[in-house]
Every structure is written in structure tokens, then in C-alpha cells.
Write a new protein. Structure first.
Length: 500
């Protein structure tokens, strides 16, 4: 090839795109707040620049664009998406035309570690999982079982650690404590096995740490062209290497639990003891679909439940620490509600309205699963008039939805449990395409009631017996580069026993 041709190719392939990117970097952000759609690279530079404030950028852009914005990725990549919070669009995708919006291959690719579990499943497989899970959590004894197991973990796990921290004036990371709490409680409830991570000697927690590593890699996979992260996975480098290592830790743990349960069942069979323990692991094992299937099923439920609860509890206590008037009202409500029969779920709902409203408000402001992605099977037109196709993801930013002035009013950034209470003193119903934290339509979260029960039990125990003071100077901010909306550096506090 002639020297001049090589120079020309270098200019076209390297120098022009690099200059464009450099030009963008110096100018991005000055186009009325909308990302520039560059030749070749599309809006990718804006995405990369705003990745660690993704949800805040969504709020800014969506408020200006009537709640729907089309993001154009690099040419020939599969990173095109339509970000929408338009209530009619959300309702349409999640309910009206549900069958055109399954989880699909792209979702399964990104969440490959969940295999055939319910999050990745569509159609018959999804119905099958939902049937088993609902059978388990709608069992007449489930509520009592849940309350007893949660009490047990509070009495023998959380309270001793709180007392220890109060006595020795230790700074503790509340988020880390809640992670241990939900991990132990979740393992006990779903697998009948207590890993005892919540104790005063603070044992290492490789499994929960692995789950956190995995979820941050999953977030990154959403933003990158799939060929890049798949190449990294193939050669085992960078974040994908971290992912693989974390997955191994997780698998070792789950397969150990499965093996343990198998032994237990065999032992019971030998002793002619037909009493089946009430846990989800045993239920799935009875289906005889192999260890890998059981692993996928149980891991998914586990992941679904654990992060939602721990994140909500963390932000709830953070919000109380900066809104002491709300805490006083909850304390008063708990005092007036005595005695509380925790085993009666109706009583919890009617007696603890303000506490329930405060959790709804914490969930609105800090949605634990901050976004939902959908891909249509067939091209479609959304109620807002936007065209979508199978090469495009529809992103519903749940965090942004909770903080839109056009949806929640000018006081949308304030923590006001009162907005959830009707004039008759009951909990106000908000449509799921407005309060989307538990998803909507046929795929609505099945663990909502369970989550509220556990969270109320934990909150009541702590609020009635302890004071929590945030450690001064500690930065409490959300981790925006994770599919779960944890506090990035945790929530460091001092614990005091209540004088009351
Ligand atoms: C505050 C706590 C919780 C929040 C915010 C929450 C939120 C969600 C969301 C957003 C989804 C939809 C996920 C998706 O399809 O991509 C979901 C689904 C699900 N959640 Fe929850 N969840 C919570 C607690 C729980 C608990 C305790 C369980 C335990 C049983 C649970 C079980 C499930 C299951 C099985 C699904 C899949 C439903 C389906 O695809 O049909 N969740 N949850």
C-alpha cells in the first residue's frame, strides 16, 4: 500500500474519532443539557462521562424531554436505548403489551450468572417458578414462620451486636450489619441454614461481598457494547475477571448448601422421618431438575430478596437521622400500638400506618433496584409515539421516577411520609407505573409483603431500644454504578441504648 493511503486510513480511523471525542470532552454539557449525538461514537462519550451520575443525568434530561429520551449508541453497536418514565409507556410495556416485552436473550446474557432462575425466565419457565415461589410464601404458616425466624435473628444476632457496639463505643457500618442480617435471615428462611455472619467478632463475608462485586459488573455490562465485555470475559481480564472469581465463591457456597440439604433429606428418609422442613431449597430439590437448576432458582430468590431489604433499611435509617421529626412520630406510633401481635399481618398494616408510609417514602427516594430494562420482541410504537425495535432497550429509571417534579410535585426530594397517608388515616395507593420500586404488571415482586414485615420488625426493634447517630464527616452517597442502589461507602454510625 502506498504511504499516502496508510496515512489517510490512520487519519480516518484514529485521528478524526479521537479529535471528535476530545472536542466533545471539552464541550459536552453545554448543549442545553442534552448529550451530543456524534458521528461514529453516537452519545457514548456522554454516557461514559456521566456513568457515575447516571440517574442524576436521567432526571435532568427526562424533566426536559417530556419523560422520554432516545439515547443513540455508537454506530453498529447494540447500545441504543429509550429512557422513559412516561406513565402510559410504563403501563403499556409492563401490562398492556406484556407478551411483547419478555426478559429476552440480551437480559439473559447480561445476567448469565442467574441461569434459569425466575429473573431470567420467560413464558412457561417463568410461570413454573412463580407457581413454586408463591406456593412457598403464600403458605398459611409462612407469615408466622417468617416472623419467628426474623425475631430469632434479631434477638441472637442484631441486638447483641448493637449492644456490643453501644457498650464499646464502636463506629459501625449500618449497611454492612444489615447485609449480614438479611444474609443470615434469608439463608435460614429459604435454605434452613444459618451462616452466622452477624456476630460480635464480625467474621469475613465472602459471599455477600461477591454478590456486590457481581452486581457492579452487571451494571457495567448494561452500558458497554456487548462485544467489549464478552471479549473481556473470554480473555478473563478487568472487571470480568473479578466477576468470575466472585461467581466461584457464590457457587461454592450454594452447592455446599445443596449438598448439605441432600444429606439431611437422606438421613430423614433412613430414619423414616417424613417431616419436611419448610424451606424453598427443599421444595425445588423435590422437583428433581438437577443441582444446577436448583442453584439458579434459589440464588435468584436470594438475590431478589436480600438486597432490596438491606438497601431500604440503610436508606430508611439514614433518612431518619436527618429527619428526626419523622423518627419521633414513628416512636409515638409504636408506643400507642402496644401490644403488637406481629404474627397478625392485618394488625401490622392497620396499627403501623406511619411506619409503613415512612418505608414507602424511603423506597420512593432510594429505589433499591434503580432501573428496569426491557427489549421488545417485535417492533412497536409506545403510547408516547416513540418507535422501538428489538435492537433497542427500553430503560425505566426507577430512581429518577421517584424524584421527578412532574410526577411527585415540587417537594419530590423531601422525605415526607405524610404524602402516603389518606385523610382517613390509611395508606394511600399509588399506581405501580408511578411507584415502580416493586415492578409492575404480571412480573410484580412477589416478596413485597415479606419485605415490609421484616423491615418493620427490624425498624421497631431498633427505634424502640436504640439511638443512632451518624459518624460526622462520613460521606453517605448512593453507588450509581451498581444495579443495586447501596450506599457507596456504607453508613457509619454510633449506637446508643435509649434512655427511655
Ligand atoms: C424492599 C424489598 C424489595 C424490593 C424493592 C423488590 C423489588 C423487586 C423488583 C424491582 C422486581 C423486578 C425485577 C425484574 O424483573 O427485573 C422484583 C421481582 C421479584 N422479587 Fe422482589 N423486591 C424486594 C423484596 C423481595 C423479597 C423479600 C423477595 C422474596 C421472596 C422478592 C422476590 C422477588 C421475585 C421472586 C421476583 C421475580 C418476579 C417475577 O419475575 O415474576 N423480592 N422485586
Amino acid at each position: 500500500m502506498e504511504y499516502i493511503e496508510i496515512t489517510l486510513i490512520i487519519i480516518i480511523l484514529i485521528i478524526i474519532p479521537s479529535s471528535l471525542i476530545l472536542f466533545w470532552y471539552l464541550n459536552e454539557g453545554n448543549k442545553n443539557g442534552f448529550p451530543t449525538n456524534w458521528p461514529i461514537v453516537g452519545m457514548l462519550p456522554a454516557l461514559v462521562k456521566n456513568l457515575d451520575r447516571f440517574h442524576l443525568a436521567c432526571i435532568e434530561i427526562l424533566e426536559k424531554s417530556n419523560l422520554t429520551f432516545e439515547f443513540m449508541g455508537p454506530w453498529f453497536s447494540n447500545v441504543n436505548f429509550l429512557c422513559t418514565l412516561h406513565p402510559a409507556n410504563v403501563h403499556y410495556v409492563m401490562n398492556e403489551n406484556f407478551s411483547n416485552y419478555p426478559k429476552g436473550n440480551k437480559f439473559r446474557d447480561i445476567f448469565d450468572f442467574l441461569g434459569d432462575g425466575i429473573f431470567n425466565a420467560d413464558f412457561q419457565l417463568w410461570e413454573y417458578h412463580r407457581r413454586i415461589i408463591l406456593f412457598f410464601i403464600r403458605h398459611q404458616n409462612f407469615h408466622r414462620f417468617l416472623v419467628n425466624k426474623t425475631w430469632d435473628k434479631l434477638q441472637n444476632g442484631l441486638i447483641p451486636v448493637f449492644d456490643h457496639a453501644a457498650k464499646h463505643a464502636i463506629h459501625i457500618d449500618l449497611q454492612n450489619l444489615f447485609a449480614r442480617f438479611v444474609f443470615d435471615a434469608g439463608c435460614t428462611i429459604f435454605m434452613d441454614y444459618d451462616p452466622m455472619t452477624l456476630s460480635t467478632d464480625f467474621p469475613k463475608t465472602p459471599v455477600t461481598d461477591s454478590l456486590n462485586d457481581i452486581s457492579s459488573v452487571i451494571f457495567r455490562r448494561h452500558a458497554l457494547p456487548s462485544m467489549i465485555w464478552k471479549f473481556q470475559r473470554w480473555v478473563n481480564i478487568g472487571e470480568e475477571r473479578k466477576y468470575k472469581k466472585a461467581l466461584k465463591t457464590l457457587d461454592d457456597f450454594i452447592y455446599k448448601c445443596i449438598a448439605f440439604k441432600k444429606k439431611e433429606i437422606t438421613k430423614k428418609d433412613k430414619n423414616n422421618n417424613n417431616k419436611v422442613s419448610l424451606d424453598l431449597l427443599a421444595l425445588y430439590m423435590k422437583e428433581e431438575k438437577g443441582d444446577k437448576f436448583v442453584r439458579d432458582a434459589v440464588l435468584t430468590i436470594f438475590l431478589a430478596g436480600q438486597d432490596g431489604i438491606l438497601i431500604t433499611l440503610t436508606w430508611f435509617f439514614y433518612l431518619l437521622s436527618i429527619n428526626p421529626q419523622v423518627k419521633s412520630k414513628i416512636k409515638k406510633e409504636l408506643h400507642n400500638a402496644k401490644p403488637i401481635n406481629w404474627e397478625n399481618s392485618q394488625e401490622l398494616n392497620s396499627k403501623l400506618v406511619y411506619l409503613h408510609a415512612s418505608f414507602c417514602e424511603a423506597l420512593r427516594l432510594y429505589a433499591p433496584i434503580a432501573f428496569q430494562a426491557k427489549v421488545p420482541i417485535k417492533p412497536d410504537i409506545l403510547p408516547s409515539g416513540h418507535h422501538v425495535n428489538p435492537n433497542m432497550q427500553i430503560i425505566i429509571d426507577v430512581y429518577a421516577m421517584g424524584r421527578m417534579k412532574s410526577i411527585w410535585g415540587d417537594d419530590c426530594n423531601e422525605f415526607k411520609p405524610e404524602r402516603w397517608i389518606t385523610e382517613q388515616g390509611k395508606i394511600k395507593y399509588e399506581a405501580s407505573h408511578k411507584f415502580f420500586v416493586f415492578n409492575a404488571g404480571p412480573r410484580t415482586c412477589v416478596g413485597r409483603e415479606m419485605a415490609f414485615t421484616q423491615m418493620k420488625l427490624v425498624a421497631a426493634t431498633i427505634i424502640q431500644n436504640y439511638e443512632i447517630a451518624p459518624v460526622e464527616g462520613h460521606n453517605v452517597v448512593p453507588d450509581m454504578c451498581n444495579i443495586f442502589f447501596r450506599a457507596k461507602y456504607g453508613f457509619k454510625v454510633r449506637i446508643f441504648r435509649s434512655s427511655e
